[in-house]
Design a protein around this ligand. Structure first.
Ligand code: AMP
Length: 460
């Protein structure tokens, strides 16, 4: 399939071509037509699958055909859990929309609010925001939603992990009920399904990687090692293999700082990126890493969420995450867009529980390698996989009618996998087919171009 077959107009196709994309990724093939049709979408997709273009391209297409925003209004709102992800989505919107006369801007906390208020004054077609700052701006009348047509929740699972549920509910109450909703999440837990019930209506459901699976293109390895030798092993591996661009995950901010100092003392240029760092420091570290000025970026899970670094060959788990799903997110940083990558976990005996949770989540034992000179004194026992329970077979002819056992949950099976049941339709909104298509301001401009708008005016 080619991008031409998806119903996108020339300015967008030109931008895609300039990016060098040849074929739409699986999520793009499914999401783009659904969004163009005006359907709500609920998609299970990790970072690295091309999900950002999956929602950005059709949103640009739809918005290019509607009326321009009035003062302080936003026509599409993309909510992300972190500032870094917001900035990256904003970059994608600017890149893919470069030939369209649409305005976009990004707002997040940790930086001055006034410049953001100024940028919102003239209204924007696409607003990318983190929830807290968006609410601040709204409370100061800097942003209004009377013209809002589309809401995107990006990395919804992480928004819930980060405690944004109340902010999300508050934001939803501020938006027009008749709108298109797109929800993207790396995993679909029961909590996400509950959230979806109040946000999306009769959605097209898309899943591009089996839930909680790891990409086939990532070679995973566990290096058993004693805890006090992890830094030495990491330094040895970086020097031995001459790794150049390495993303290292640390469970704690403190650990990330300490490791960065240890690497620096060995002449390995490193920077830490975590929640205690100012936004400016985080942005600088990321861009220096992308430019190759920094060899090792040490990140905590939250800071690393959504980092878009093309073809990152190495991801190292300096310690394992407490939440097994974070392992899947972490190693999603490598092997992106079909490239092969390597994810190495340095695991000490005290992390056996985390390792076992991860191996049970991904349903495979990760191959182990003991590095010469770093043999652990304390063994790391092998994980026994608890195979996921199979559905019990229905008895053909039960002699006695059985009392149904557990029919309490319709949100998923014991593993949190989605049930086939669709979320109950909310009463908020008309079905997509009854919704008005985006209106052309003049009503006579089927080309999708806006004659009266100024040339590209993307604001950042
Ligand atoms: P995402 O999952 O949105 O974070 O995108 C992951 C990476 O894939 C980004 O670096 C995109 O530039 C790249 N990408 C997105 N769509 C395509 C495509 N159709 N072909 C090749 N690369 C793509």
């Amino acid at each position: 399939m080619s991008f031409n077959a998806l119903g996108l107009s020339t300015p967008i196709l030109d931008a895609i071509q300039q990016q060098g994309y040849e074929t739409p990724s699986p999520i793009q093939q499914q999401a783009i037509p659904a969004v163009l049709e005006g359907r709500d979408v609920m998609a299970a997709a990790q970072t690295g699958t091309g999900k950002t273009a999956g929602f950005t391209l059709p949103i640009l297409e739809r918005l290019s055909k509607g009326p321009s925003p009035k003062a302080n209004q936003a026509r599409a709102l993309i909510l992300t859990p972190t500032r870094e992800l917001a900035a990256q989505v904003a970059d994608s919107v600017a890149t893919y929309g470069q030939h369209l006369p649409l305005k976009s801007t990004v707002v997040f906390g940790g930086v001055k609010i006034n410049p953001q208020m100024m940028r919102l004054r003239g209204g924007v077609d696409i607003l990318i925001a983190t929830p807290g700052r968006l609410l601040d701006l709204h409370s100061q009348n800097a942003v209004k939603f009377d013209q809002l047509e589309i809401l995107v929740l990006d990395e919804a699972d992480r928004m819930l992990d980060m405690g944004f549920i109340h902010d999300l509910k508050r934001i939803a109450r501020l938006l027009p009920k008749d709108r298109q909703n797109l929800l993207f999440s790396a995993t679909f837990s029961n909590d996400i399904r509950k959230l979806a019930q109040s946000f999306v209506q009769d959605p097209v459901e898309i899943s591009v990687t089996p839930r909680n699976s790891t990409a086939e293109t990532v070679a995973q390895q566990v290096y058993p090692v004693d805890k006090n030798r992890k830094s030495a092993l990491l330094i040895h591996l970086i020097q031995e293999h001459k790794w150049f661009q390495v993303l290292v995950f640390s469970r704690t901010k403190h650990g990330a700082n300490r490791l960065t100092r240890q690497l620096e003392t060995k002449g390995i240029h490193a920077a830490a990126i975590h929640g205690n760092k100012s936004q400016a420091a985080r942005t600088r570290a990321l861009s220096e890493f992308k430019d190759g000025k920094i060899q090792v970026l040490v990140a905590t899970d939250i800071a690393a969420r959504g980092l878009d670094i093309d073809q990152l060959p190495q991801v190292i788990n300096f310690d394992l995450p407490n939440v097994a799903e974070d392992y899947v997110h972490r190693i999603g940083r490598t092997g992106r867009a079909g490239a092969t990558g390597e994810a190495i976990s340095l695991v000490s005996a005290d992390e056996i529980k985390q390792l076992s949770d991860i191996e049970n989540l991904i349903q495979k034992q990760i191959p182990r390698h003991i590095e010469d000179g770093f043999e652990p004194e304390t063994d790391l026992p092998e994980t026994r996989l608890n195979h996921r329970p199979k559905k019990p077979k229905k008895p053909k002819k039960p002699k006695k009618p059985k009392v149904p056992q557990d029919q309490t949950s319709d949100e998923g099976d014991a593993n949190g996998r989605p049930s086939n049941k669709k979320p109950a339709p909310s009463r908020r909104r008309k079905p997509a087919s009854n919704r008005k298509p985006p209106q052309n301001r003049s009503g006579q401009n089927p080309s999708g171009k806006r004659p009266n708008r100024s040339p590209k005016n993307t604001q950042h």
